[in-house]
Design a protein around this ligand. Structure first.
Ligand code: NAD
Length: 376
C-alpha cells in the first residue's frame, strides 16, 4: 500500500504530517511513502532528508493518488477531487463543526479518520495529537507572553537592585494549561492557576503553581474528564469565579487563558472591564481564540495592544514550532495508521474502540459518532 503526504495549503500552516523517522517506520512495515516536493520545508525536513529515510518525492497530484493520505489540517474542498476512490484519509477533521465537509468526504467515497476524535483512553495516548499539540501550544503561549512582556520573568537580586518576579495567572488546567504552568515556573515566574475541575489542583501544585479556588463546593467536571458548560453551574459559583478573575487581573502581569468546552464556543471569562483594570504593560495570551476566545477584547489570529495590554490571539501556536509539532504529530498519526494495519493487512476493524471512535466516513457513507469511551 502507498501512503501519501501532501504539502499543507492552509494559510501559514507550517506543519507537515510526516517526519524522517516516521518515513523509516512506515517503510519498515512495508508501505511505500510518497511525499509532495517541499512538503516538509517549513518544518525543516528537506526533500533529500526524507528521500534518504526512504520516501519518494513527487508532485501533488501523484501524492493524492496514494491509498492512504496523511494530513494535518482537514482537506480543502479543492483537494477532494484529487483523491482516488476508496482512499483513506487521516487528519484533523472536527466533524461536529464541519458537517458539510464530512458529507463531501462521503460523496468522494473516502474512508476518513479524525485525529481529534481518537478516544482519550490509555491505550490510545500514543495517537493523541490533541494532547501533543496542546502541550506545544501551552509552552509557546508562555514564550509569546515573555516576548511581549517588557520585563524579566524571574526575580533577581543584583548589585543594581532587586527585580521582582512576574506574576502569571493561567485559566484552565488541561494539557495546554498545565504545560503553560510548567513552562512559566521554569522561567521563574510566580504562577497561579484555576480550573472548574477540582482534580486539576494536585496537577498544578505538582508543577510548582498555586491553585486558586472560588470557595464554593461545586465541581465543574463534566463527561469524559472535560469541563461542564459554565451555563450549567450555579449563578453563585459563576459570580464567585468572575470575582476571582477580576481580582487576579488587577494583580498579575500575564494572563493565559485555555478554557475550552469541546464542540462549543469558548466561554467569555475575562471581560473588557477586567482588562481595563490590568496594569499597563501586561500581556494576555488567549489559547481559546480559535473557539472565539475567553477574553472579550481578544482578536482571534491577531497580536494587538488595547489599553496598554498586549493581546496575543494567535490561533496557530503549534505551527509556530513546526519542527517539533510535525515530529510529534507524525509520530501520532503513523502509529495510529500502523495500529490499523500493515502493508497487506490494512483492514478497518470497527470492533476496535479507537478505530470506531475516530472513523468519520466509510464506503460512501457518514458513520454515526461512537458512544463516548469508557475512560480508564
Ligand atoms: P480542553 O482543552 O478541552 O480544556 C482546557 C481546560 O479548561 C480543561 O481543563 C477544562 O476543565 C478547563 N475549563 C473549561 N471551562 C472552564 C471555565 N469556565 N473556567 C475554568 N476552566 C475551564 O482540555 P484538554 O487538555 O483537552 O483535557 C481535557 C481532559 O482530558 C482532562 O481531564 C485531561 O486530563 C483529559 N486527558 C486525558 C488523556 C488520556 O487519558 N489519554 C489525554 C489528554 C487529556
Amino acid at each position: 500500500l502507498t501512503v501519501g503526504v501532501p504539502k499543507e495549503i492552509f494559510p501559514n500552516e507550517k506543519r507537515v504530517a510526516i517526519s524522517p523517522t516516521a518515513v523509516v517506520n512506515l517503510v519498515k512495515k512495508g508501505f511505500t511513502v510518497n511525499i509532495e516536493k517541499d512538503a516538509g520545508v517549513e518544518a525543516k525536513f528537506t526533500n533529500a532528508e526524507l528521500e534518504k529515510a526512504g520516501a519518494k518525492i513527487m508532485a501533488k497530484n501523484d501524492v493524492f493518488q496514494s491509498d492512504i493520505v496523511l494530513k494535518v489540517r482537514a482537506p480543502e474542498v479543492s483537494e477532494l477531487p484529487l483523491f482516488k476512490d476508496n482512499a483513506t484519509l487521516i487528519s484533523f477533521l472536527y466533524p461536529k463543526q464541519n458537517a458539510e465537509l464530512v458529507e463531501q468526504l462521503a460523496q468522494h467515497k473516502l474512508n476518513s479518520f479524525a485525529m481529534d476524535m481518537i478516544p482519550r483512553i490509555s491505550r490510545a495516548q500514543v495517537f493523541d495529537a490533541l494532547s501533543s499539540m496542546a502541550n506545544i501550544a501551552g509552552y509557546k503561549s508562555v514564550v509569546e507572553a515573555a516576548n511581549n512582556f517588557g520585563r524579566f520573568f524571574t526575580g533577581q537580586i543584583t548589585a543594581a537592585g532587586k527585580v521582582p518576579p512576574a506574576k502569571v495567572f493561567i485559566i484552565g488546567g488541561g494539557v495546554a494549561g498545565l504545560s503553560a504552568v510548567g513552562t512559566a515556573r521554569n522561567m521563574g515566574a510566580i504562577v497561579r492557576a484555576y480550573d472548574v475541575r477540582p482534580a486539576v489542583k494536585e496537577q498544578v501544585e505538582s508543577l510548582g503553581g498555586e491553585f486558586l479556588e472560588v470557595g464554593i463546593q461545586e465541581s465543574g467536571a463534566g463527561e469524559g474528564g472535560y469541563a461542564k458548560d459554565i451555563s450549567q453551574m450555579s449563578q453563585e459559583f459563576r459570580d464567585a469565579q468572575m470575582a476571582l478573575y477580576a481580582k487576579q487581573c488587577k494583580e498579575v502581569d500575564i494572563v493565559i487563558t485555555t478554557a475550552l468546552v469541546p464542540g462549543k464556543k469558548a466561554p467569555i471569562l475575562i471581560t473588557k472591564a477586567m482588562v481595563d483594570a490590568m496594569k499597563p504593560g501586561s500581556v494576555i495570551v488567549d489559547l481559546a481564540a480559535e473557539a472565539g476566545g475567553n477574553v472579550e477584547t481578544i482578536k482571534p489570529g491577531e497580536l494587538y495592544r488595547y489599553n496598554d495590554v498586549t493581546h496575543v490571539g494567535y490561533t496557530d501556536l503549534p505551527s509556530r514550532l513546526p519542527t517539533q509539532s510535525s515530529t510529534l504529530y507524525a509520530n501520532n498519526i503513523t502509529k495510529f495508521l500502523l495500529s490499523i494495519g500493515e502493508k497487506e493487512h490494512f483492514n478497518i476493524n470497527l470492533e476496535d474502540e479507537v478505530v470506531r471512535g475516530s472513523i468519520v466516513t466509510q464506503n460512501g457513507s457518514v458513520v454515526p459518532p461512537a458512544p463516548p469511551p469508557k475512560l480508564d
